[in-house]
Design a protein around this ligand. Structure first.
Ligand SMILES: Cc1cc2nc3c(=O)[nH]c(=O)nc-3n(C[C@H](O)[C@H](O)[C@H](O)COP(=O)(O)O)c2cc1C
Length: 289
């Protein structure tokens, strides 16, 4: 196979733009069909010999390489050798995919056993493949499985809620006060549901907004994947609200690097119960024009 760096057309490339030469084309395989250009967000164009870089727009998404029907293209930013050839025989149809998606449940009762760290790593390894703005992939994780720390996080979140909502008469506040009562009266861990593990998603504080969006996708992937490795999850919204309010006692216990902020939390554990039915939800609301 002759894979050689594509000769860039000099009128399109600014002098000194050394980062632009990241496309390699096997000229024997390339039919110049333009598919790689069509799936790209704007970095590639079709030149005399096939695709070439026309703008500094590559976000290393790998689409150009993944879409090429002939395996003719390589991109140094997202190498062909790191891509996986798709199997055609995945037995997923509209019904099985719908059942898979609808079967995801928020788990609020966990077995009192620890989750092996390898399992958590496996779970989060799938979250890497969720979409991220500009393919930035800026979400990382701080995983807490120390029972004392988890207990402390719940206590601190409860303290925060009591302080924050004490003079608040809104519906949200009254619901939170009921939860706080349940914690004090019955010892129910209304914050982390006594889960043996909490995944804290974090991003650089300078990109909090994008980081939160990316976190939601990433942790949704983890939530969907979890049951396939016997795990259950639940979004830790109560904890997240406390963490994103920068409550000092919680910040101290999380002890994150100074430039990092919390963008989400996910409880994880082995579910205590199994669900026998798919639940119903509000009817679809949709408008057309
Ligand atoms: C942003 C967000 C925050 C949430 N926070 C909590 C939480 O703090 N505690 C909890 O038990 N469930 C929490 N949930 C789970 C929802 O209550 C749950 O998704 C909803 O009841 C529907 O159930 P299902 O996820 O099983 O379909 C949260 C969900 C979302 C999307």
């Amino acid at each position: 196979m002759t894979v050689e760096p594509f000769v860039q057309s000099s009128d399109l490339i600014k002098k000194g733009d050394i980062n632009m030469n990241f496309i390699q084309v096997d000229k024997e395989k390339c039919t110049q069909c333009g598919l790689c250009v069509n799936v790209c967000r704007g970095a590639l164009g079709i030149g005399t010999y096939g695709p070439e870089v026309i703008k500094q727009q590559c976000i290393s998404c790998g689409h150009c390489v993944a879409a090429c029907p002939n395996g003719a293209l390589d991109n140094l930013n997202s190498p062909l050798k790191n891509q996986v050839l798709l199997k055609k025989n995945l037995n997923l149809n509209a019904d099985s995919a719908a059942q898979f998606l609808r079967s995801r449940r928020s788990i609020r009762s966990y077995k009192k056993i620890a989750v092996p760290r390898e399992k958590i790593s496996k779970l989060l390894d799938i979250a890497r493949f969720a979409p991220s703005a500009c393919n930035l992939q800026g979400v990382s994780y701080h995983v807490i499985d120390n029972p004392n720390t988890l207990k402390k996080i719940t206590e601190i979140t409860i303290e925060w809620a009591e302080e924050k909502y004490k003079d608040d008469t809104s519906t949200l506040a009254s619901s939170i006060k009921t939860q706080v009562d349940n914690y004090h009266k019955y010892g129910i861990d209304v914050v982390l549901r006594s889960a043996p593990c909490l995944i804290v998603a974090i991003t650089d504080s300078s990109m909090m907004s994008i980081g939160r969006d990316d976190t939601h996708f990433a942790l949704a992937y983890a939530q969907l994947y979890a049951p396939t490795i016997e795990l259950g999850t639940c979004w830790a919204g109560f904890f997240e609200n406390c963490a994103t309010s920068c409550y000092q006692p919680l910040q101290r216990i999380l002890n994150l690097p100074q430039n990092m902020s919390v963008t989400g939390g996910l409880m994880v554990g082995f579910p205590k119960y199994t669900f026998k039915r798919l639940v119903d939800r509000n009817p679809l609301q949709i408008t057309w024009e």
